[in-house]
Design a protein around this ligand. Structure first.
Ligand SMILES: [Zn+2]
Length: 316
């Protein structure tokens, strides 16, 4: 098994696929030690490292957040076979909801990978993962990225697929919810993952958003909506408290940890009466559009477009 890829003329192609699908940053990488832990190597990741990974000469870990605090995938880490079986069930129900996912076996349990159609802010990737976990009944389980934003170090990492686990010398592949390999050989599995099915942005936002917008009745809108801007319609469709409350855990008084800085003091608050949010540590505040711009790291135009799709069923 260890020599599956040895001397394969296509090793360079496989390495390229690994880089494209699973690597978010190339300025540094992580290497697994014999005891299963990882150490960070602060040197650029090169093709030769990926080839050594496939050949089993070293085992790499992949950092989930890029330097821009964005992620292209989220991973849920099942610790044991029971959790993995539950993940398989969840994978099937997500599939029905139009969310594709990939299951990877591991030494114990396994990983569920979900790929996005673009890089998204860490907090959005995490909100998505938390939403999956909230209804899963899985209890304590690890979600990657583990951080909304990078702190001092390079953040959380996960074992790069298709290598040899340093602790047991095994190579693990991807499996169907029924537990069968998704393709006969590891090489074929890598090809399958060269263009993984992804979750698109609109489906992602819709999945995270639990709030069903109350769209004004048409009769009411007719007279008032003449000349009413899309941004005004968005702001009228849902209160700041209801909307922001989906993304930030708020106390009954409307206080919470700010998602926009490393907050330990509940600096974030929503004023329900005056219908705005504010961060006392200087992250700004305002309407749900202001919130969305920061949450998604996007501009006003794009934020309005996305919120219209999400709240007014427009712009799709
Ligand atoms: Zn803040």
């Amino acid at each position: 098994m260890k020599k599956e890829f040895a001397q394969s003329p296509e090793l360079y192609a496989y390495a390229g696929i690994l880089a494209k699908t699973f690597i978010q940053r190339k300025d540094l990488y992580a290497r697994q030690l014999e005891d299963g832990r990882y150490c960070c190597i602060r040197k650029p990741l090169e093709e030769k490292h990926l080839i050594a990974h496939l050949n089993g000469d070293l085992t790499l870990g992949t950092y989930v957040l890029g330097e821009d605090n964005k992620a292209r995938f989220a991973v849920i880490d099942a610790d044991d076979d029971l959790q993995l079986a539950r993940l398989a069930e969840i994978s099937m129900s997500l599939e029905k909801a139009g969310i594709p996912s990939y299951l990877e076996a591991s030494r114990r349990g396994g990983h569920m990978w979900i790929f996005f159609d673009r890089s998204i802010p860490g907090q959005v990737a995490r909100a998505f993962g938390k939403q999956i976990l909230a209804s899963s009944g899985l209890g304590k389980i690890e979600l990657f990225p583990k951080q909304d934003k990078l702190g001092e170090g390079p953040g959380s990492l996960i074992r790069l697929p298709f290598g040899i686990h340093q602790k047991d010398g095994q190579r693990y592949g991807f499996v169907t919810p029924g537990g069968k390999p998704i393709a006969k050989t590891f090489a074929d599995q890598i090809y399958l993952l060269s263009n993984p099915r992804t979750v698109d942005k609109a489906a992602l936002d819709e999945f995270i958003s639990q709030y069903k917008a109350i769209v004004p009745k048409p009769a009411l809108v007719k007279s008032e909506a003449v000349g009413e801007t899309l941004s005004l319609q968005i702001k009228r469709s849902v209160t700041v408290l209801d909307f922001v409350g989906q993304y930030v855990e708020l106390s009954p008084a409307g206080r919470g940890l700010c998602p926009f800085h490393d907050d330990h003091h509940q600096s974030f608050s929503v004023n329900a009466e005056k219908n705005y949010w504010h961060c006392f540590a200087g992250c700004g505040g305002g309407s749900i559009i202001d919130f969305w711009m920061k949450w998604q790291d996007t501009d006003f135009r794009q934020a309005v477009k996305e919120l219209a799709g999400l709240l007014l069923n427009k712009g799709k």
